[in-house]
Structure formats: C-alpha cells, structure tokens
Write a protein that binds this ligand. Structure first.
Ligand code: CUA
Length: 253
C-alpha cells in the first residue's frame, strides 16, 4: 500500500507541543496559548511590582521610611483579582475537560493492552461493515536499532514498531485501554492522549483524528526495565482507504 504522509515525530530541540491531529489536542493547544498570554501579562505585572518595591526600599532612594503598614482595601483588591482570574480561567478549562470526556457513536473500537514490554491491539466492533463480529489482532514490538536499515533515512531510534496501528481519519473512534501485568500509559502527543493502562481496569477515551499522518508515542508510566522500549506508532488513513485495508485484512485472517 502506497500513501504519502506527514510525519509527526519529535523533532530535535523541540520545545513546544507537537502539531495537533485530533480535536482534543487542538482544544488543548488553544487553551495553552490562552494561558500563556495571561501568564505573560501576570509575570510582567509582578516583575514591574518587584522592580518598584526594590527601587523604593533602597535607602539611597528613600531616606525616610513610610509609616504605612496595613490596608484593608488593598488586601481585598489583591485577593479578589487573582481569584477572579482563576474564575475566568475555569470556564474554558472545564469546557475542554467535559468536551474531551464526550463519547459519540464510535465507528470502531481499538482495544489497547499494555504488556511488559510491548503493546497488543485489537480493532473490532465495526459499525458500517458486515464483518462486525470479526476483529483484527496484532502485537507491536519495538524495532531493535540493529534491525533498522542504516542506509535508509527516516527511521527513528526507539520509536519504530514492527507493526503500525492503522486507523481512519474523520471518524469517531473508541479506545479501550487496559494492561495485562503492571501499570502502563498509552500516550500519543499529537492526539493529546495519555491514558493509563491499569491491570483489571478498562479505561475508555474517544478519538477523532483530523488528518492523515504517522504519529509516534511512548509508554508513559514506569513499568519496569524496558519501559523506554515500548513505543507506539499510529498511521491514519482516509476513511475509504482504511475501509479497503480492514476488509482485505479481515478476509485474509
Ligand atoms: Cu509500559 Cu512504561
């Protein structure tokens, strides 16, 4: 299967969040920018206050200290303004939080199981497909560095898996995350997802991928010696192509 994709991998000296690929991550990014603006204003204001305090408390500038020790009015102002700022911030924060929790009618279910130290997947419960009872199961191990073709560029050390999870774009997906042995955490930064995989517990999240791409992630819960060696690779395909892919795969199995 040949398709061109953008690559959403971590970049060298990256300091900012990765490009969003899901509605959730877009929301997180917008909220992050919103917060950064407010933080900048607050830091500038506090810096200005500090500068003036230092300036006026130097004996060189002020030979006689003031008798001013307490002000009830001032205290009310500097307590209520930060409280008001927090109150204003809570609105977009809670909106985002509840929007992320919303579960729409999913087209398919991706079951994710964390193991020491690899991920296993199962794609099932297709909504608009005759093969509803069937499912596609596979296990994804990290590709060892020695196995990576050195002549070929574009492979990422500690990030590539032997099989990639293929998912459709512009469709509501349900992810069910659990673990077989110890705690793991299924994380893909481009989707804004970090779901704990707990043994004996099923965590549900929804995912709506907005564009095609190759997305990378890693386990984000210390789970043993090979914690750093259980990466996640997701490839998103246009819906029609995905349908094609899943039909052929199911027929083969
Ligand atoms: Cu699995 Cu850390």
């Amino acid at each position: 299967m040949i398709f061109t994709t953008q690559c959403d991998s971590p970049a060298l000296w990256q300091t900012y969040l990765s490009d969003p690929a899901s509605i959730t991550m877009e929301g997180i990014l917008i909220f992050n920018k919103h917060l950064l603006f407010l933080l900048t204003v607050i830091v500038l204001f506090i810096g200005w206050l500090l500068f003036y305090t230092l300036h006026y408390f130097i004996e060189y500038n002020n030979k006689f200290s003031s008798k001013f020790v307490h002000s009830k009015e001032l205290e009310i102002v500097w307590t209520s303004i930060p409280a008001l700022i927090l109150l204003i911030l809570s609105t977009p924060s809670f909106t985002l939080l509840y929007a992320m929790d919303e579960i729409s009618e999913p087209e398919l279910t991706l079951k994710i199981l964390g193991h020491q130290w690899f991920w296993s997947y199962e794609i099932s419960e297709f909504n608009s497909c005759q093969k509803q009872e069937q499912s596609l199961k596979y296990v994804c191990y990290m590709m060892a560095l020695d196995g990576l073709p050195t002549t070929k560029q574009g492979y990422f050390r500690l990030l590539e898996t032997n099989k990639r999870v293929i998912l459709p774009t512009n469709t509501h997906l349900r992810l069910l995350v659990s673990a077989a042995d110890v705690l793991h955490s299924w994380t893909v930064p481009s989707f804004g997802l970090k779901v704990d995989a707990c043994p004996g517990r099923l965590n549900q999240v929804n995912l709506f991928i907005k564009r095609i791409g190759v997305f990378f992630g890693q386990c984000s819960e210390i789970c043993g010696v090979n914690h750093g060696f259980m990466p996640i690779v997701i490839v998103s395909l246009p819906t029609v192509q995905f349908h094609h892919y899943i039909m052929t795969k199911l027929e083969l199995s």
